[in-house]
Design a protein around this ligand. Structure first.
Ligand SMILES: [Zn+2]
Length: 104
C-alpha cells in the first residue's frame, strides 16, 4: 500500500480514483469514512488516495499527471516555455527562467 495523492478536494480525489479504477489499478480512498470525532480532533478532513500495489505507483502517477496539470497551476493565460517547459504569466514576453522568447 502506498499513498499517492492527498487533497482537501474530495471531488478531485474521487475523480483520480475513477481514473485508476478504469486503468485496473487497485486503489482506495483513506480517511473518507473518518468519524466525526477524529475530524474534529484533526481539524482538517484530508482524503488520501492510496494504491494497493507499490509497484504500480509510477504507472498511477503517469496516469494522473495530465489530470493533475489541468486546472491546477496552469491557466489559459499562461504560456509554456518551449525551451525549459516552465509556465509564464501572459504578461511576460520572455521566459522568466531562461529568457527564451514567447512563442506565437
Ligand atoms: Zn524557458
Amino acid at each position: 500500500m502506498r499513498e499517492l495523492y492527498t487533497s482537501m478536494d474530495s471531488t478531485r480525489i474521487g475523480f483520480y480514483k475513477s481514473v485508476l479504477d478504469e486503468a485496473g489499478i487497485p486503489c482506495f480512498i483513506q480517511n473518507e469514512t473518518t468519524s466525526q470525532l477524529v475530524n474534529m480532533l484533526a481539524m482538517v478532513f484530508q482524503p488520501t488516495l492510496c494504491i494497493i500495489n507499490d509497484e504500480q505507483y509510477e504507472q498511477a502517477l503517469v496516469l494522473l499527471k495530465p489530470h493533475h496539470e489541468v486546472g491546477s497551476i496552469m491557466t489559459a493565460e499562461e504560456w509554456l516555455c518551449p525551451c525549459c517547459k516552465e509556465s509564464n504569466p501572459a504578461s511576460f514576453d520572455l521566459c522568466w527562467n531562461c529568457q527564451a522568447a514567447k512563442p506565437e
